[in-house]
Design a protein around this ligand. Structure first.
Ligand code: PRX
Length: 655
């Protein structure tokens, strides 16, 4: 029987139960944990906090809900995140355990132990103090996937500075914007970054953008590629020189549970990204508990690989804070999935005998396209658990992952969560939950999730609606940095101050399982990366020949969604292929290559209401080839007929 046929047969299987063997060895195998948590969620979380973390002062209380939606957790507790990630393991005699098997693009390897990581973090924390960074100061981090990124983050955490990491795929201009919004005092970056055998300068473009930023006092440069980079006297310092000159001793600063740990910008429904703020005690509790129980972590024997980038929340929670807090050994891979060859992921799994792999559906779909023969050339028998994150996983991809990568023996945890939630919210527990391909299943113990009717806020037991979280949870965002009103308005206005509006549409089935459908707002999810349509539009209209743009997300076989831009040019400019490339380059410059539109459709006019609002809903309809919704509010319905023809013609062209 061929693979295709086998997968089709598996499509008939409704539920996949955990094997008796997996269940027998699992940390959690008794479903009573759900009842216990929901009987008293606050007490349950408090128990996680005190059992799983080391506190300088243990919290006496769980939740403070006196001022919703400004919730506090473990408010009288004091702790330090870096001490929980490093010192406690080293003090327990585990200093020689590898924290990261790092592997670079060209096959270089570096094993970094917990003791080595701690030594570097202490020195770098002192170096930060030396350049004037103190508690509450914001430090930008713009680094590739190298161990120094972890050192930088934990050094901030050690002294109570607030890190603001920007994904390496964003442009220098996007970095500047995020440094400006957060008034960062320092930025830690790199000489250059490698991607598929090429080296791109990073420090030089950063300099061009950052020149006149008043708040920024220091730029620290990690020498990674060795390429020449401009250094500004008095402002710029090399990381290795700072480290060497620094005092090796630096006790962790005891922080309040509610002291900020980091800001991470994510896309919203306007062009301005949202600065999600996470605090120390609740976040550490959330990521430590979910990482431990969702991935069934056995720190003595597991080798865990989260193949995300540290610049996204997945990297923060499940490459850095969760795994280190649990004291497990991780794999850290610098490169792309197809360099130097398309089997490099599987080579990494076999090389480090990875037991757990956590990846995005878009990667899995790419591997499906490349063919099952490629993973088959590698020994994947060490794997015992697989995870998925970032976007809905289609059942076919789930089954391929299960069969080809997991050899039908590994449970799959499809984990739903967001930058805002800090930690996994809806997920199977691998020793308990029967999984259904494509469903993230049910809320993690202690988490309250529901589906609500869009117009009336009625609970929907079995059907489609808006996903909401009905109870505060420890790792929830505390606010949007310096935008308190926007925080309340975005998440706690539609259904009141005690119901968190997720921004996703979801369905609940007859077993109460959740099926997340996708965003219900103006965000687009490209390869698991959330982008804002408004942000892309504002980048496109920077082009001098562009008059107006409307951007939508279009379903895409490879990337989940792809960006499609409808663009109106200024008078007397003719559309051309060069202009398409220029528009794409404009987006790359302002945001990053990842946000470039896959399709640009030239439009003589855009569909607008009589009051001038662009009706993106209609553009989405024609882009998906659906019947168009209500057009009666349009100023000029003929605009849509024209665009519909163009979209259809493009579809024919692409075959
Ligand atoms: O739409 C959901 C989708 O990703 C959004 C969150 O994106 P971000 O804040 O960038 O965090 C991504 C990593 C957690 C969600 O609102 N999403 C995330 N995980 C899933 C998902 N959609 C379906 N299934 C998932 N497992």
């Amino acid at each position: 029987m061929g693979l295709e046929q086998e997968l089709n047969e598996l499509l008939e299987v409704e539920k996949f139960e955990p094997s008796a063997e997996f269940r027998a060895g699992a940390l959690l195998s008794d479903p009573s944990v759900y009842a216990e948590a929901s009987a008293d969620p606050e007490a349950w979380w408090l128990r996680q906090a005190t059992e799983l973390l080391d506190w300088v002062q243990e919290p006496s209380q769980g939740l403070d809900a006196s001022n919703p939606p400004f919730y506090k957790w473990f408010a009288d507790g004091r702790l330090n995140a870096s001490a929980n990630c490093l010192d406690r393991h080293v003090e327990a005699g585990l200093g020689d355990r590898v924290a990261y098997h790092w592997r670079g693009e060209e096959g270089e390897e570096r094993d970094v132990t917990y003791a080595q990581l701690l030594a570097d973090v202490k020195r770098f924390a002192n170096a930060l103090k030396g350049i004037g960074i103190g508690k509450g100061d914001v430090v930008g981090i713009y680094l590739p996937m190298i161990p120094e990124v972890v050192v930088a983050m934990l050094a901030c955490a050690r002294i109570g500075a607030v890190h603001n990491v920007v994904f390496g795929g964003f442009s220098a201009e996007a970095v500047r914007e995020r440094m400006e919004f957060s008034e960062a005092k320092a930025l830690i970056t790199v000489d250059g970054a490698r991607r598929k055998g090429k080296t791109a300068p990073i420090k030089a473009p950063v300099d061009e953008q950052m020149g006149d930023l008043a708040s920024l006092e220091t730029i620290v440069v990690v020498r990674h590629t060795g390429i020449d980079c401009p250094m500004q006297e008095g402002r710029d310092r090399f990381y290795d020189e700072l480290l060497e000159a620094a005092d090796p001793e630096c006790p962790p600063e005891p922080l309040d549970a509610e002291d900020p740990l980091f800001i991470l910008y994510t896309s919203g429904s306007t062009a301005k990204p949202k600065g999600i703020l996470h605090t120390t005690g609740g976040y550490m509790t959330g990521v430590t508990a979910t990482h431990r129980y969702v991935f069934d972590i056995k720190p003595e024997s597991d080798v865990y690989w989260c193949a995300a980038d540290v610049g996204w929340v997945t990297g923060h929670s499940y490459i850095v804070y969760g795994p280190l807090s649990n004291g497990v050994t991780s794999v850290m891979w610098e490169g792309a999935p197809d360099y130097p060859h398309k089997g490099v992921w599987w080579e990494n799994v076999a090389r480090y005998k990875a037991t757990i792999l956590y990846a995005a559906p878009t990667a899995i779909r790419t591997f499906i396209k490349w063919g099952a023969e490629i993973p088959a050339e590698h020994d994947l028998s060490s794997l015992r658990l697989l995870g998925s994150v970032g976007e809905p996983i289609n059942p076919k991809a789930w089954l391929w992952y299960h069969k080809v990568i997991g050899g039908e023996r590994c449970p799959i945890v499809d984990t739903w969560w967001q930058t805002e939630t800090g930690a996994i919210m809806i997920t199977p527990l691998p020793g308990i939950t029967a999984t259904k391909p494509g469903s993230a299943t049910t809320p993690f113990p202690g988490v309250g999730a529901e589906v609500m009717g869009e117009s009336d806020g009625e609970l929907i037991e079995n059907g489609k609606g808006l996903l909401v979280l009905t109870r505060p949870w420890p790792s929830m965002l505390r606010t949007l940095y310096r935008e308190e009103e926007r925080f309340v308005e975005t998440y706690f206005s539609k259904f009141g101050r005690e119901t968190y509006l997720v921004g996703d549409a979801a369905r609940r089935d007859e077993d109460g399982y959740f099926w997340v459908i996708g965003r219900s707002d103006d965000a687009v999810n490209v390869s698991g990366h959330l982008l804002s349509t408004a942000e892309v539009e504002s980048a496109i209209v920077h082009h001098e020949k562009v008059a107006e743009a409307a951007v939508i997300g279009q379903s895409d076989e490879d990337t989940g969604q792809a960006i499609c831009a409808f663009v109106t040019l200024v008078a007397d400019v003719e559309p051309s292929d060069e202009l398409v490339e220029e528009v794409r380059a404009e987006v790359a410059e302002h945001i990053g290559k990842l946000a470039r539109p896959k399709r640009v459709i030239w439009a003589d006019d855009l569909p607008k209401t009589r009051s001038g609002k662009i009706m993106r809903r209609l553009l989405r309809d024609i882009a998906e080839g659906r019947a168009m919704g209500d057009v009666t509010t349009l100023r000029d319905p003929a605009v849509m007929e024209e665009l519909e023809r163009k979209v259809a013609a493009r579809r024919d062209e692409e075959g």
